[in-house]
Design a protein around this ligand. Structure first.
Ligand code: DX5
Ligand code: ZN
Length: 227
């Protein structure tokens, strides 16, 4: 995702909310409906109390689109699985700051494989915990729900963290995407963009939109435009 612009809003549908029985078709619909990125949520039942999908699923759907795969690893020990997700076709990998392992070394491994890097944090983790990693990443992801499940309500209290992290990013002078994830939809897209986010992850509001996937993306895009 390093090559994508940071000065416009990018939409990243989360396939966690897609129809798993027709996952390839759902991803194709997101791509043709105007998605910029495909967000892939990986859960280990330990770091978060839920299981989602593994590298075999990522590999299976990889040929469906040339859009970048943004892989969000909610794993206690991400180092054990990095190579598998890279081989499966990840373009970008985001690690949790609360995960175990030497994150700087893991970012090196991700970069050496030609992927871009991201760091994220739970809602209760302070922004300052990211400071040691801002020189190593292409993206910061602010969780606006407790990670683990799709379909939760947006935590408006995280908006001030988005602004705080935007200021930290600007102070580095580096080009770093600022992504938000959890409960994002047309009702809050303008707020998160105003706070500094440029990448919006959206599961339910895209894949379960009443008018279909393309309509869900269009509504989010319209709502996210700066006024
Ligand atoms: C939560 C995941 C999110 C989630 C987003 O752990 O990281 O990506 O699937 O889904 P919605 O948009 O439904 O909150
Ligand atoms: Zn996610």
């Amino acid at each position: 995702m390093r090559h994508l612009p940071t000065d416009r809003v990018l939409l990243a549908p989360s396939i966690l909310a897609a129809d798993f029985c027709h996952l390839g078709d759902s991803i194709a619909a997101a791509a043709s409906g105007g998605a910029d990125i495909i967000h892939v949520d990986i859960m280990d039942g330990h770091f978060v109390p839920n299981l989602s999908m593994g590298p075999a699923i990522v590999q299976a759907v990889r040929p469906v689109t040339s859009l970048p795969f943004d892989v969000h690893l909610m794993l206690s020990e991400p180092g054990r699985y990095l190579a598998a997700f890279i081989d499966a076709g990840a373009d970008h990998i985001t690690l949790h700051v609360e995960s175990e392992g030497n994150l700087a070394e893991l970012f090196d491994q991700i970069r050496s494989a030609g992927c871009s890097t991201g760091i994220t944090l739970r809602p209760g983790t302070p922004a300052i915990s990211l400071a040691p990693y801002l020189s190593l990443v292409d993206l910061v992801l602010v969780m606006t729900v407790e990670p683990g499940f799709g379909g939760q309500s947006f935590m408006a209290a995280q908006l001030s963290k988005v602004s705080e992290i935007k200021a930290m990013i600007d102070a580095t002078g580096r080009t770093i995407h600022l992504e938000v994830d959890g409960g994002i939809g047309p009702g809050n897209a303008a707020q998160v963009v105003a706070a500094g986010a440029n990448v919006l992850v959206a599961g339910s509001s895209v894949f379960q939109a009443a008018g279909g996937v393309a309509a869900g993306i269009a509504a989010l895009r319209a709502a996210a435009q700066p006024q």
